[in-house]
Design a protein around this ligand. Structure first.
Ligand code: TXA
Ligand code: MG
Length: 352
């Protein structure tokens, strides 16, 4: 299949851009696939209410079909058709954070095929704030099922070039809307349990959800090392975001961390292994690895979040065999950063 790439400026959706989005909407309505930008990561979109489209999404990603998809909507009214009942909490959360980087799990109605929910009776719903995404949803009939637009097992794409890398020839269209703002996938909160439970950390933090709802719980498997307990979001059990090389997180006193990593690098170099380090602006010059990447300033979690997936992909491009990463603060979006990093590392952590 020939993949068409269209560039659209989110800040200037003019006549030409609208035409392109209309065309993209037609593709989705006819059962085709379009990769598109959201504020979190790029999505791989198809018609959420068409079981054939969902099957195509799984095939294009190479993803196991028991891993449910998120249904993206553009307005609150659309939700009524796809859920049994809109819970009170959903209105509160929508008021506070939608459109935005939050996904809510509710009980699904018959309108949503099991192909989209991976066989579950619940459905994940998100209203993205990215204007290109919102317009595409409207032009597509209102319901876009979209996982992150990467091949299964690779880091989620934060720029269109990474969608091209993974999906060229597998989808009808890729919309290039530039680099995303957040860089990590949405927070997922399950509203079918009491109290609501966070299944995946993201930009919308536990503190924010606590403030809005007056109490939430958190899936224990999120930050723990591989405990053998099955996470509640089926997708969280897979080793996502996996770089091709071997990644280890090193936690502890900053000076000792640098010292430890440099020692390990020396050993690996003697064995002829190409090495990499995920550092911060404060520490990047201290490392002796072949490839050193700064994720950003130590205290700027948002910058680190934006850069993380791209850095993991760059290590792949440079065929780095063994990587070390510093551990990051867990303030704000920091908890989501460490959750993704732990997965990328297959939970390999050295504490010194
Ligand atoms: O930011 C995002 O959420 C991005 C953009 C494209 O919107 N999408 C995304 O989709 O990250 P994906 O498919 O990569 O991750 C969806 C996660 C998976 O871990 C999946 O298991 C979980 O959501 N999920 C979906 N439906 C669910 C359900 N009904 N119950 C529990 N978990 C669910
Ligand atoms: Mg994903």
């Amino acid at each position: 299949m020939e993949t068409e790439v269209v560039i659209i400026d989110e800040q200037n959706i003019d006549e030409k851009a609208l035409e392109a989005l209309k065309h993209a909407g037609e593709i989705i309505k006819k059962g085709g696939l379009v990769a598109f930008p959201t504020e979190t990561v790029y999505g791989l979109g198809g018609d959420a209410l068409n079981p054939e489209s969902s099957k195509k999404i799984y095939a294009a990603k190479g993803r196991p079909s028991d891993n449910p998809l998120i249904v993206h909507v553009a307005d609150m009214e659309s939700i009524e058709k796809i859920v049994k009942e809109v819970p009170e909490e959903a209105y509160k959360l929508a008021d506070a954070v939608w459109p935005g980087p939050l996904t809510m799990i509710m009980n699904k109605s018959d309108a949503v095929p099991y192909e989209t929910t991976g066989g579950l009776d619940t459905v994940a719903i998100r209203m993205p704030s990215n204007k290109i995404a919102a317009e595409l949803i409207r032009q597509s009939g209102g319901y876009i099922a979209a996982p992150s637009a990467n091949l299964s097992g690779r880091p989620s794409p934060t720029e269109a070039k990474y969608c091209v890398e993974d999906l060229d020839g597998r989808v009808e269209m890729i919309i290039d809307g530039g680099q995303v703002g957040i860089g990590l996938e949405s927070t997922i909160v399950d509203l079918t349990v009491e109290p609501p439970m966070i299944l995946r950390p993201g930009y919308v933090t536990r503190e924010m959800l606590d403030d809005i709802l007056g109490g939430v719980s958190i899936d224990k498997t999120i930050l723990s090392a591989d405990s053998g307990v099955k996470p509640k979001a089926p997708g969280m059990k897979y080793r996502h975001y996996a770089p091709k090389g071997d990644l280890t997180i090193v936690e502890g006193d900053p000076e000792k961390v640098t010292e430890y990593i440099n020692k390990e690098i020396e050993k690996l170099r003697a064995e002829g292994v190409k090495t990499g380090v995920i550092a911060t602006s404060e520490t990047r010059d201290l490392y002796k690895a072949d490839v050193v990447k700064s994720a950003g300033n130590r205290d700027d979690e948002e910058e680190i979040a934006r850069n993380l997936f791209s850095i993991l992909r760059q290590f792949d491009d440079e065929n780095v065999g063994c990587m070390y990463s510093e551990a990051f603060n867990e303030n704000g979006i920091g908890q989501a950063i460490m959750n993704r990093l732990l997965k990328a590392a297959g939970h390999k952590v050295v504490r010194i």
